[in-house]
Design a protein around this ligand. Structure first.
Ligand code: FEO
Length: 396
């Protein structure tokens, strides 16, 4: 069912209340999600993006109830990833000649995924425009590596809508569609989780892109992303947040993250958390068992932190596989301007702390030398070093 966004612009996407993961199982979803597609019906009729592959036939059938598909003059593919292009195959089977406007990289992406089907591609780049009648036009803005090489945004003049695709989105289902209708706490929780886990690796590019968009001096009344709530109430609020988040963001928070075999490393983790609170009562402390907590949620809290302490016991001359996998993900996210410390128990060889320090350095953290390395269960003599570790982590 279509939902009107503004004047002749409607939402024709899919709200997925049951979706639990994204990017395979790499991104957890706890509050549903949506794939937002948009229909513009000026003198020309334009479809902006589609939805994910599993729902492609429903998408086409629903669209048929709204318009005669042959009336679609142009299709805009802002991004080739299958959560937005997945219904193209079913749609193009019905209207094979309809021109598709997208970046050169998007042609490669679409043909790579769906094969060369002879679709009528029209390659666009930043600044290119498409007249759609009634004095309105679409302006294309490449969003390279935000978050794929093919990503693009489309701006509609007259109604001043920025169809931003993945940027400014959230994996969050909102039936009423709009940011002012959503639970504000959840909206920002999901927006920052999305930024952390999908966009943070490209933070330097985001800063440049936001400057570039600002230099275009486009009035923006609505930001319509391809996932989650549409920003119609003070839409620039999310742009301002992105500018902050992309600039080595941190709050007065510390994460303690660990896994344990027989609770010794847990004891150290809890003592570190207590000591952070003792030394700095205003600092928010969050403690996670890496093997039990959701990795995307932990990373979001790491993103908001100024420092982290990471623990693992030594096992087979190394660290627990849960922590090793987590550290690999930590490295991918390219956090900046954060301190880190390492801790862990051991029974004989005791390599874990050194390995944790190396991996944390490799992930771009400023690793403090102070650590807790405890032979067997931590005794008070081992824990005596906790205050020094915390002082190093909290140093100005
Ligand atoms: Fe929502 Fe990059 O796809």
């Amino acid at each position: 069912m279509r939902k009107q966004i503004k004047n002749n612009v409607s939402w024709v996407g899919y709200i997925d209340w049951e979706l639990e993961t994204f990017h395979g199982d790499d991104y957890s979803i706890f509050n549903g999600s949506s794939q937002n597609a948009y229909l513009v019906e000026e003198e020309k009729t334009v479809l902006i993006d589609t939805i994910w592959t599993p729902h492609r036939f429903d998408f086409v059938e629903n669209l048929k109830k709204e318009i005669d598909l042959n009336k679609i003059d142009y299709i805009i593919a802002n991004h080739g990833e299958c959560d937005h292009s997945g219904a193209l195959t079913a749609l193009m089977a019905e209207i094979p000649e309809t021109p598709i406007y997208c970046t050169a990289q998007c042609v490669k992406s679409l043909e790579g995924q769906y094969g060369k089907r002879g679709w009528n591609f029209n390659v666009v780049k930043t600044g290119d425009t498409l007249e759609i009648g009634n004095g309105k036009k679409l302006v294309f803005i490449e969003m390279k590596m935000l978050h794929w090489p093919d990503s693009m945004a489309t701006y509609m003049t007259g109604d001043n809508i920025l169809f931003s695709n993945d940027a400014f989105g959230q994996h969050f289902a909102v039936e009423e569609l709009y940011n002012d209708k959503a639970d504000q706490c959840l909206l920002y929780k999901e927006a920052v989780k999305y930024f952390t886990n999908i966009l943070n690796p490209f933070a330097p590019l985001i800063t440049k892109k936001l400057d570039e968009i600002a230099s275009l001096n486009l009035p923006i009344d609505i930001i319509a992303p391809s996932h989650g709530a549409i920003w119609r109430d003070r839409p620039m609020q999310i742009v301002e947040k992105y500018a902050q988040w992309a600039d080595a963001y941190q709050e007065n928070q510390v994460v303690v993250a660990y896994d344990t075999m027989w609770e010794g490393t847990t004891k150290i983790a809890h003592r570190i958390a207590e000591e952070i609170h003792r030394q700095s009562p205003d600092t928010v402390v969050k403690v996670f068992n890496i093997a039990k907590a959701d990795k995307n949620e932990i990373m979001t809290e790491v993103f908001k932190s100024k420092a982290i302490a990471v623990g693992s016991p030594t096992v087979s001359n190394s660290i627990l596989s849960s922590v090793a996998g987590w550290l690999e993900f930590l490295k991918q996210l390219k956090f900046k301007n954060k301190r880190a410390a390492a801790f862990g128990c051991y029974g004989w060889s005791g390599e874990s702390v050194k390995i944790l320090q190396e991996r944390l350095r490799d992930a771009g953290f400023d690793v403090v030398e102070e650590n807790i390395r405890s032979l067997w269960n931590p005794e008070e003599t081992d824990l005596a070093n906790v205050p020094a570790l915390v002082r190093a982590l909290l140093q100005k």
